[in-house]
Ligand binder design. Structure first.
Ligand SMILES: N[C@@H](CCSC[C@H]1O[C@@H](n2cnc3c(=O)[nH]cnc32)[C@H](O)[C@@H]1O)C(=O)O
Ligand SMILES: [Zn+2]
Length: 432
């Protein structure tokens, strides 16, 4: 049995305290074997240096479209509907499985280099995402995104069937690091008749759901007009608010919808950067937390962010949370760290996001030896307000080292970037 000792650093514990401790990782089971005072932690077979560092749970990006890295900077400064229809969807229509593979690998490289160890992906050609995740060593809950608007009956059914197939086929792949979900794109881009029929099937088979909800006002109003109820009430009527389900955005929510999320245990993935960039609005994050809703954090796709750095996202979540609540004490650093770790992990159904014996050994070591992280009054504050993804020294997932001293081990960074660069340029050219 190989045991890896992460030695010499400070460790962020689940109660948000920081203590001088070593962490022993069981590389075979992929779990944390011990954590505590260096004198009490058993010797390891190997050591990973965490001196001048803070060991944190690996960050969890709970809503993204990974291969959209190919569209980073392709179209900016537009609101959601026009941006999707005029700029994004035409290029996505050109993406081949090989393109999605290249964009996914680029995204995984970026995630490993910024301390992210798990994510949720909604996209297409998901078999490529599964293989990329298997090779790169990360953890993911992924699914095929369904859009039925603008499609005929056969096309719409085909999309729904594909999403079910992907969820069935890949659940448990990559030694259990891959889990799946049924993923209707949103409550307005998938027709009610399809939601009714296929959600019931997903429910029977115990498959969780992930979808965009209440992202913009333009998405809320038509549902209120047609259904006479709020989007999440409509979702509940369609059996889409189970405790295993997680929705992205939740920007425009009323009090009854917040209560509904809390009662049903449906998680919300907050995507502050995307919500600001597309001017979608400010999510009522402090209200969600106060109501007891599980809130996770996501970057959304790289084209509306424009990176996959969850450190940036934490800072944005804290800042925007205060503006939204008109209260500087709202969404404090500790809440934000919880969102990016335990909150996101719990939304995705992974036993990650906390440094404790028995939990998944999904970890990051943040280098504190930097001008912008000096002095060390409060390291939780630093994680949210001052640190960046490039401060991460080592990244581990499932007990395996994915980045050591900033060198990514499972991927050839130069080759990945070159492939992505070429394929992105060619796809945009084909679309034009
Ligand atoms: N099967 C569908 C693809 C759906 S994947 C999920 C989709 O979400 C889109 N997307 C990315 N960011 C956002 C967002 O912020 N809101 C809504 N959709 C988004 C993304 O471009 C992608 O097309 C099809 O063939 O069109
Ligand atoms: Zn999205």
């Amino acid at each position: 049995m190989t045991k890896l000792r992460i030695a010499g650093g400070q460790v962020l514990r689940p109660d948000a305290t920081v203590e001088r401790a070593d962490v022993l990782v069981d590389s075979e089971s992929g779990d944390i074997a011990a954590v505590g005072d260096p004198d009490d932690v058993p010797e390891g077979d190997e050591t990973l240096d965490a001196e001048d560092g803070l060991v944190t749970p690996g960050l969890v990006n709970a809503h993204t479209h990974v291969a959209m890295t190919l569209l980073r900077g392709h179209a900016d400064d537009k609101e959601l509907d026009a941006w999707l229809q005029e700029d994004i969807w035409p290029v996505e229509a050109e993406l081949t499985p090989e393109d999605v593979r290249a964009g996914t690998e680029l995204g995984l490289l970026e995630m490993i280099r910024s301390g992210t160890t798990a994510f949720a992906d909604m996209y297409f050609h998901e078999e490529e995402v599964v293989e990329a995740v298997e090779d790169a060593g990360l953890r993911a809950r992924l699914g095929y995104g369904i859009v039925t608007v603008g499609k005929d009956e056969a096309g719409a059914r085909d999309d729904c069937e594909q999403s079910l197939e992907v969820a069935r086929e890949f659940d448990g792949a990559a030694d259990g690091r891959v889990k799946t979900a049924f993923m209707p794109h949103s409550l307005t881009t998938v027709g009610e008749e399809y939601l009714r029929e296929y959600v019931a099937t997903a429910r029977e088979e115990g498959i969780p759901l992930h979808y965009h909800a209440n992202e913009t006002e333009d998405e809320v109003d038509p549902i209120v007009e047609e259904e006479g109820e709020r989007p999440l009430e409509y979702a509940r009527d369609l059996d889409m608010t189970d405790g295993s389900d997680f929705v992205a955005h939740g920007v425009h929510l009323d009090g009854a919808e917040i209560d509904l999320l809390a009662e049903t245990g449906t998680s919300v993935i907050h995507c502050p950067a995307s919500n600001m960039k597309l001017a979608s609005g400010m999510a009522p994050v402090q209200k969600l937390l106060d109501a007891g809703v599980t809130v996770g954090l996501g970057t959304d796709g790289a084209a509306s962010n424009n990176d996959l750095d969850v450190f940036d996202e934490m800072r944005d979540a804290a800042m925007l949370g205060k503006l939204a609540a008109d209260d500087a004490s709202a969404v404090p650093a500790e809440s934000v760290v919880r969102m990016a770790t335990e909150g996101s992990a719990s939304a995705l159904g992974f036993d990650s996001g906390r440094i404790e014996e028995g939990a998944n050994a999904d970890l990051a070591v943040v280098d504190l030896d930097a001008a912008h992280l000096t002095p060390h009054h409060d390291l939780v504050s630093h994680l949210v307000y001052a640190a960046r993804g490039s401060d991460v020294r080592h990244t581990l997932c499932d007990g395996a080292v994915l980045m050591r001293d900033r060198e990514v081990l499972p991927l050839d960074a130069a080759a990945v970037r070159e492939q992505a660069e070429e394929r992105a340029a060619a796809a945009v050219e084909r679309a034009e």
